[in-house]
Design a protein. Structure first.
Length: 148
């Protein structure tokens, strides 16, 4: 496996109000290069924004041929739902969760870890920048509209 098959990422979603203006940010390191992915989601919840960040990094990884990915998130809910410790109860999150399960099959060595907020500052900055700049969601990322 070459280093180009391996990446580390930090993800975050933000909502100003819950629901409110929301965005996501992904800080990805691969081959000594940093990539940033951001997107403004309009009015939605923080949990939708967190899932949008995860969908963005998994979609990117699949498209880029990354087979070994370590994702860091400060969303305990998201990480525990992926680990199967918590059920996904919110009906509007179920389609996003199912898409995550589908995408993760394309990444043989995927690890998602919970980190404290202060260890996730780059992704947090990007999520807030997405809101401030109304940054468009990348056209390669398919996100269905999910309400509050």
């Amino acid at each position: 496996m070459s280093s180009s098959d391996t990446a580390r990422a930090w993800i975050d979603g933000a909502a100003r109000g819950n629901p409110g203006d929301a965005g996501f940010g992904v800080h990805l390191e691969r081959d000594g290069v940093t990539e940033e992915i951001v997107g403004f989601l309009g009015r939605t919840t923080n949990n939708v924004a967190e899932y949008a960040a995860l969908l963005a990094v998994l979609t990117y990884a699949r498209r880029a041929g990354i087979v070994d990915l370590h994702v860091h998130s400060d969303s305990q809910l998201l990480v525990r739902q992926l680990e199967g410790q918590y059920r996904v109860k919110a009906p509007h999150l179920v389609p996003m969760f199912l898409k995550v399960l589908e995408l993760r099959r394309a990444i043989p060595r995927l690890k998602v870890s919970h980190v404290r907020r202060e260890q996730n500052k780059d992704a947090d900055r990007l999520a807030n920048r997405a809101i401030d700049e109304r940054a468009p969601v990348p056209d390669w990322l398919e996100l269905e509209a999910h309400g509050d």
